[in-house]
Design a protein around this ligand. Structure first.
Ligand code: NAP
Length: 526
């Protein structure tokens, strides 16, 4: 497949813009052909207009048709074969194995949403039947279900060029709920984005989807994304990236004459608590496990464990001594973009210059472009309490170990934390009994609490919660991974006193789709 560098306004390619950019191979620093034309505001407008026109016909398709479309996207992505993996590797420097795994995850994610749509109970149907004999007033017939919001703007993330990008979780969940999407491709992997988007278009054409069910605009500057979020036709936004970017888009969406929800996942530092019993029992495995988790994917995961806590002890000293010994032989890898690399180097410099911080150890350095050197730093909990900025994300393979004098200090550290995606507790059963308060505190701070594991690695399943209180996300009530993500792009709607014949199948008495419903207060499937 030949890349053309155009916008895709539904099925129609366009390139009206005067500005263009190229992808850059982060491992060599060299540009990669072709030129990608930046979308004009008129093209953004046309894409949203087409999405608006496609909304009703797309919403009115049967669930089976929507599920077939989602499955077909996965099949067309797979059919791109090595071209997709090779282009993604050139644009991101991620290893082939990782990209192949991510492609599998992307396809399985689409299939999982297709299953959810086919099964149908996600619409959360609720029926309260009429009671005309009720006194003093008759009770009306009221029937509620979730309906799609309308066109959704999706921002591809740089760190998951497949699973969180053009056909990633945000796109899959929006399309599954019945919303057309207008995608802003991430400029770090425009070619990968075009290939995947063409797969979406092929799937849309093959399965008879309306023109405009998906569009994609390119852009190397923030104006394209801003025009998209400001457009009155857009009804919600899905975003993964920096706090700065997510917050800017959230502010923009709130200032619109008709404000809309922004589901921005902006990362976090994912506190890890090493309790005394765990350090006594398995400090060697904990030290190796931490190094592995911090450096996985060159630390470019929103679940990277960036802050670690423990109580001062002989075991803690030995744990740190092992990191000091092991880290210098660790080669971390090439980062996704020159900007991300610069931010990492700058962020590390700022942390290292903060009062109380010692650099415990650094990984190998390589004289290649955008290479990240892993780093582990240490400080006291009192330093964190004095410098809360130490809690902020430094995107890359680094972490800070904070030691406290006792349990009270550990709990004070937990209490001081802001919102994160995850927190982790390593402990024994005895530790857990002793630190029950820690569990309660952390529940207020994060979306996912992990026991005796590491936060990197996010399972795509029905019960996953990948979100958390601000600043981890702009809406702690939702997840961007797992099937619950579908509800972000839907709203509750109820019919009052409508005749059966015009109700959607999900709300008809006969329950033709056999979905789970709350009928007069009882869950049932008949
Ligand atoms: P980013 O700067 O947040 O950019 C992500 C997307 O948001 C891009 O498409 C960008 O548009 C858009 N954007 C950013 N600021 C905007 C603004 N003010 N108005 C409109 N659109 C805006 O993320 P990145 O480029 O992938 O990486 C930069 C930093 O983000 C990293 O160093 C890291 O700190 C963080 N990050 C976090 C995660 C995570 O999972 N939490 C993932 C990736 C990156 P343009 O592309 O047009 O500029």
């Amino acid at each position: 497949m030949t890349l053309t560098g155009e916008q895709f306004i539904g099925f129609e390619p366009k390139a009206q813009g005067q500005t263009s950019f190229q992808a850059v191979n982060p491992a060599t620093g060299l540009s990669i052909a072709p030129n990608f034309v930046e979308a004009t505001s008129e093209e953004v407008h046309m894409a949203v207009q087409k999405a608006t026109q496609a909304f009703l016909p797309y919403q009115q398709l049967s669930s089976e048709q929507r599920a077939i479309f989602l499955d077909a996207i996965g099949e067309h992505i797979l059919a791109l074969g090595d071209q997709l993996i090779n282009r993604a590797q050139e644009e991101t420097a991620l290893p082939q194995g990782r990209l192949q795994g991510e492609r599998g995850r992307t396809i399985n994610q689409l299939k999982l949403f297709a299953e959810v749509v086919r099964e149908g109970s996600w619409v959360d149907a609720r029926i309260d039947k009429a009671n005309p004999d009720r006194t003093p007033f008759p009770k009306p017939d009221i029937r509620q279900m979730l309906i799609p919001l309308g066109p959704v703007a999706v921002f591809g993330a740089s760190n998951f060029p497949l699973a969180f990008s053009v056909a990633g979780g945000d796109t899959a969940s929006a399309l599954a709920s019945g919303c057309p999407v207008v995608i802003k491709a991430h400029p770090a992997h425009p070619g990968t984005s075009e290939l995947v988007f063409r797969a979406i278009l092929q799937a849309a054409e093959a399965t008879g989807m309306p023109d405009g069910v998906a569009s994609m605009v390119q852009g190397g500057s923030i104006e394209v994304g801003q025009a998209l979020v400001s457009h009155p036709g857009i009804q919600a936004v899905g975003f993964t990236g920096s706090l700065k970017g997510g917050r800017a888009l959230f502010n923009l969406a709130s200032q619109r004459p008709n404000p809309i929800p922004v589901y921005a996942e902006m990362g976090s530092t994912n506190p890890v608590f090493l309790l005394p019993g765990a350090l006594k029992e398995r400090r060697e495995a904990l030290a190796s496990g931490l190094i592995q988790s911090v450096s996985l994917g060159v630390g470019q995961f929103c679940t990277n464990p960036g802050i670690v806590f423990g109580v001062e002890s002989e075991e803690t000293n030995q744990f740190l001594a092992q990191i000091e010994r092991e880290l210098p032989s660790l080669a971390a890898g090439t980062m996704l973009t020159a900007n991300i690399h610069q931010s990492y180097v700058h962020g590390l410099g700022e942390v290292a210059a903060t009062e109380g911080i010692d650099v415990l150890a650094k990984g190998k350095d390589h004289a290649t472009p955008n290479f990240a050197q892993a780093a582990v730093m240490r400080a006291q909990i009192s330093d964190l309490l004095q410098h809360p900025e130490l809690e902020e994300e430094v995107f890359g393979p680094s972490t800070i170990f904070f030691s406290g004098k006792n349990k009270t200090e550990l709990l004070a550290a937990a209490n001081s934390l802001s919102g994160h995606l995850t927190a982790t507790i390593h402990g024994t059963e005895e530790d857990l009994m002793d630190y029950q308060e820690l569990i309660s505190i952390l529940q207020q701070k994060v979306g996912r609490l992990i026991f005796n594991g590491f936060p990197t690695g996010v399972e795509v399943c029905h019960s996953m919660m990948h979100g958390g209180p601000y600043p981890a996300t702009t809406d702690s009530r939702s997840t961007s991974v797992g099937t619950l993500a579908i509800k972000r792009f839907a709203r509750p709607f109820c019919f009052q006193a409508f005749p059966e014949a015009v109700l959607p199948p999900e709300l008809q008495d006969a329950n033709p789709r056999q979905i789970w419903r709350l009928v007069d207060g009882t869950f049932q499937q008949h």
